[in-house]
Design a protein around this ligand. Structure first.
Ligand code: BT5
Length: 255
């Protein structure tokens, strides 16, 4: 890992300049959050070989078997105004990093999924550590499946990995290093007024899912519509029988 990180050091800026590595931990987001609240610098990186309590959104589990995936969290400092776009930007960064390091092309599914042809390859879990008037500190967790592994049956049928998709082994350290390079580029892009360009890239990566039907829960009522895109705040825009709705957060089921 040290080699790949050394070779990309000039392109990574502060991202991963400090690396904290665990053979096993509950969740890299837990460790990175501890770092963030005690003042860790932008780019502080936590990586684990295995997570005993890997988390998704809304209390869900992220299966994190040993050696089968990349489990990492970075502490990101950025202007508060663009912090809500960080989940989308991290998705674009993962797509960039995988393309550069392996040639694999992925799709993005709102809000936080990395997909390949309908199967989940990875996901993003962004958790705010501190939001002040102007600056935000956000722990950005990234999970990417590297190799096939024994996942519970309900997950296995809907999951995939880089090596399954490519049919060959990949250099894991290079994948990590290039994902970090892309995280640095995309967070800098957000911080320097480049949100429209990041959103344009996100839309391209999510194009195959647009036009699909989605259902979600609105105060106990199931609502259905057709996803047409995201707006400039990152909200999902859905056309329903009653008009156009913007979904800011929460769970959306795609069909
Ligand atoms: C996510 O949540 O997709 C965010 C995943 C973030 C994981 C990283 S790993 C490093 C850092 N530390 C953490 O503890 N978390 C972050 P969500 O959209 O809620 O999706 C969760 C759902 O994905 C689960 O309910 C399963 O259906 C499915 N799933 C769980 N593990 C999976 C895996 N390894 N591969 C594919 N799908 C999985």
């Amino acid at each position: 890992m040290a080699d790949a990180l050394a070779r990309t050091a000039a392109r990574r800026g502060g991202m991963g300049a400090r690396l904290i590595w665990y053979p096993i931990t509950t969740s890299t987001n837990d460790r990175a959050m501890e770092e963030a609240v005690s003042g860790a610098a932008h780019g502080t990186l936590v990586v684990a070989e295995c997570q005993s309590a890997g988390r998704g959104r809304l209390g869900r589990v992220w299966q994190s078997p040993s050696g089968a995936g990349l489990y990492l969290s970075v502490v990101v400092h950025l202007p508060a105004a663009v912090a809500p776009l960080l989940t989308l930007a991290a998705g674009v960064a993962v797509a960039d990093g995988l393309r550069v390091s392996t040639g694999l092309e992925v799709q993005l599914k709102w809000p936080n999924d990395i997909w390949v042809d309908g199967r989940k390859l990875g996901g993003i879990l962004a958790e705010a550590a501190a939001i002040q008037a102007e600056r935000a500190v956000v722990v950005t967790g990234i999970g990417v499946n590297l190799a096939p592994s024994a996942l519970p049956p309900d997950v296995a049928g809907r999951a995939t990995s880089i090596e399954e998709e490519l049919g060959r082994a990949v250099d894991r350290s290079l994948v990590l290093a290039e994902v970090l390079v892309a995280c640095e580029e995309r967070t800098r892009q957000l911080a320097e007024g480049g949100a429209p360009a990041m959103l344009a890239d996100w839309r391209t990566l999510a194009a195959s899912l647009m036009g699909r039907r989605v259902t979600w829960d609105r105060g106990g009522e199931a609502v259905e519509g057709q996803a047409t895109g995201i707006d400039d705040t990152g909200a999902l825009v859905v056309v329903t029988a009653g008009g156009v709705e913007r979904i800011v957060a929460g769970e959306v089921r795609w069909s």
